[in-house]
Design a protein around this ligand. Structure first.
Ligand SMILES: Nc1ncnc2c1ncn2[C@@H]1O[C@H](COP(=O)(O)OP(=O)(O)OP(=O)(O)O)[C@@H](O)[C@H]1O
Ligand SMILES: [Mg+2]
Length: 337
């Protein structure tokens, strides 16, 4: 599988993980912008460095239970850290616990003590531990004895690993931008976290990739205004091989997206259809809308519904809302016509 560009993002993240840990990093961005792909690339490019990546991808689990969380994060072994067999081609690690460890009697403090032991073992081996959790929001509904929210306690623990002890980087990826909003407003995390946006590809980058992939000037000029996500380029190339023109592929995309939006807004019962359309109309002649404008129009709940359903993307750090992709923007324009 080819990997396109992302020089700036790779440089940022590769540099970041080599600095002294000082804050939790939240990597966010529009649906399918390539957050996970970039992170995996960073790990791959640093495979011969002295960094030990603990990498957990929670995308694979619907909503993990407490038991699943423990099984995903820990493995019985005589080592304190060991290769994560679920991600063999990446060479990443998971936390090791002793054979006689009883997962059923575990308190949250035991969990954190075990993670600490593994991290310290890495440091004692003269290496740098980095903890990465992809789709962290999946842990939202896990509670431990005494009704302690795993996620809240994890955040406190992450603050101590980073800002207080400078022991280990913690990088959390999420495609759920309303979750990022929650985190951004969480007072425990004030002054303890950084945010990094992995956004759409720039026009210049897309043009260069298409040129390299052998698209004609005419094809490029036609499709450039619709493209924003890396997988769209992959799809265009594949379809071209299958005999579809760029016009046909793009027409299909916009049709599919338009029908998805129409289906969503016509089957939901929570909102007045007209107000949802009004929320979409804010994007009639601009692609980015300032959050202030949404509040002024009293359409925040409708916009949040569209964010939750991945029609819109909320960049809470920059205070703007935009469609999750440019092709989605064209679909929105067709819906409101
Ligand atoms: N730079 C790239 N070059 C080529 N393909 C890419 C690139 N970035 C992402 N992709 C492809 O695009 C698709 C979506 O990427 P990825 O899953 O990394 O996005 P994401 O932002 O993590 O998505 P989600 O919001 O669903 O978590 C994948 O098929 C991936 O292989
Ligand atoms: Mg992802």
């Amino acid at each position: 599988m080819k990997f396109y560009n992302r020089e700036k993002e790779l440089h940022f993240l590769k540099t970041y993980v080599q600095l002294e840990p000082n804050s939790i990093l939240f990597v966010y961005g529009p649906k399918s912008s390539g957050k996970s792909a970039v992170m995996r690339r960073v790990i791959k490019e640093l495979e011969n460095s002295n960094i030990v990546f603990f990498y957990y991808n929670l995308r694979k689990y619907a909503t993990p239970t407490k038991e699943e969380f423990l099984r995903v994060f820990f493995e019985k072994s005589d080592k304190k850290y060991l290769l994560n067999k679920l991600e063999l081609n990446l060479g990443v690690f998971k936390f090791g616990v002793e054979e006689n460890f009883d997962f059923n009697k575990l308190s949250l403090n035991d969990v954190f003590a075990k993670i600490n032991e593994s991290i310290n073992a890495v440091v004692e081996d003269g290496k740098k531990p980095v903890l990465i959790i992809d789709e962290l929001q999946k842990l939202k509904s896990i509670y431990f004895n005494g009704n302690k929210s795993l996620l809240n306690e994890l955040f406190n623990f992450f603050v101590s690993l980073t800002k207080m002890e400078h022991l280990c980087h913690v990088i959390c990826l999420t495609s759920d931008t309303l979750f990022i909003e929650e985190i951004y407003r969480n007072s425990t995390l004030e002054n303890t976290s950084k945010y990094y946006l992995i956004d759409w590809l720039g026009k210049g980058t897309i043009r260069n990739i298409l040129k390299e992939e052998g698209f004609s000037e005419e094809e490029i000029n036609y499709c450039l205004k619709y493209l924003s996500l890396p997988y769209e380029i992959v799809d265009l190339i594949e379809n071209k091989k299958l005999g579809l023109s760029v016009e046909q592929t793009i027409k299909q995309w916009v049709n599919i997206e338009r029908d998805k939006i129409l289906y969503l807004i016509s089957t939901q019962k929570e909102f007045d259809m007209e107000k949802l359309i009004n929320a979409l109309k804010l994007f009639e002649d601009k692609i980015k809308v300032d959050i202030k404008e949404i509040i002024k129009n009293n359409l925040m709940d409708e916009v949040k519904f569209l964010i939750k359903n991945e029609i819109l993307f909320y960049d809470v750090i920059n205070g703007i809302i935009k469609p999750t992709s440019i092709k989605k923007w064209y679909a929105i324009k067709e819906v409101i016509q």
